[in-house]
Design a protein around this ligand. Structure first.
Ligand SMILES: NC(=O)c1ccc[n+]([C@@H]2O[C@H](COP(=O)([O-])OP(=O)(O)OC[C@H]3O[C@@H](n4cnc5c(N)ncnc54)[C@H](OP(=O)(O)O)[C@@H]3O)[C@@H](O)[C@H]2O)c1
Length: 241
């Protein structure tokens, strides 16, 4: 029987590519979007090997409803890709409380909530893969993104501690930290500051979603069983660990 993989934020960008790649690797994929329309599009894109569901990771009640629903129809997810994320950029001096809260809730607190709901199933199976999507910004910082950078640094610290808690159960926990990848999230920057951005990337181009998906696919596989608590960077050389 194929393993069930849960990918949050699978309607677009990196999450969409990850969901498609994991289906190709033989997994049953549950992908989430914030709207019924998005969930329907995921079901269509994944064909018989997956299904789209509505999940707003900002809302505790949505997380509860989501896990109740999938428990009716699927085995517990043994692979979890916490990918959903947003930006609300502003210089710190002008940042609104809502912009801070929304980013921390969506990018960081969500991971605590969603992951907690998957742990029992993974522990019972004595096998699991948790992959949290961070960002290069967690290491190098970015003016205008104090909220986003803090959320992503939190993800990496959370992942290391959780990795220690779960190692004896055969569950690995890693972060993936992309640099500039062309998606809706970066569309504005790519359009307006393309040259400045590319001058910071030794490989001289933006990354694409398939490249990130391939890395997630590897970390989700049996082959990556000896990697845990790690942050794997994928950024064309703009930051070297
Ligand atoms: N693109 C990059 O260069 C880059 C670089 C570093 C890190 N990352 C990280 O990679 C991840 C994916 O980024 P992306 O560029 O693929 O973003 P994207 O194209 O903007 O897609 C974001 C995804 O997250 C979902 N989402 C947004 N708010 C949500 C919420 N409250 N609850 C549940 N799902 C929500 C969206 O669902 P809807 O379609 O329903 O809105 C969508 O599926 C993020 O964590 C981001 O921080 C991206």
């Amino acid at each position: 029987m194929s393993r069930v993989a849960l990918v949050t934020g699978a309607s677009r960008g990196i999450g969409y590519a990850v969901a498609k790649t994991l289906v190709s690797a033989g997994m049953e994929v549950l992908g989430t979007a914030t709207s019924e329309e998005g969930a329907g599009a995921i079901s269509e894109a994944l064909g018989g090997a997956g299904k789209g569901y509505v999940l707003n990771v900002q809302e505790k009640s949505s997380v509860v409803d989501f896990f109740e629903t999938i428990a009716e129809y699927h085995s517990p997810p043994l692979i979890l890709v916490n990918n959903a994320g947003i930006t609300r950029d502003s210089l710190a001096i002008r940042m609104k409380d809502d912009d801070w809260e929304e980013v921390i809730q969506t990018n960081l607190s969500s991971i605590y909530r969603v992951t907690k709901n998957c742990l029992r199933g993974m522990m019972k199976a004595r096998w699991g893969r948790i992959i949290n999507v961070s960002s290069v910004v967690s290491r190098i910082g970015n003016a205008g993104q104090t909220n986003y950078a803090a959320s992503k640094a939190g993800i990496e610290a959370y992942s290391r501690s959780l990795a220690l808690e779960l190692a004896s159960r055969g569950i690995t926990v890693n972060s993936v930290a992309p640099g500039f990848i062309e998606t809706d999230l970066t569309q504005d920057i790519v359009e307006k500051q393309s040259e400045t951005m590319l001058s910071r990337v030794p490989l001289g181009r933006f990354g694409n979603v398939q490249e990130v998906a391939a890395l997630v696919d590897f970390l989700a596989s049996d082959k990556a069983g000896y990697i845990t608590g790690e942050t794997v960077h994928i950024n064309g050389g703009m930051y070297m660990n």
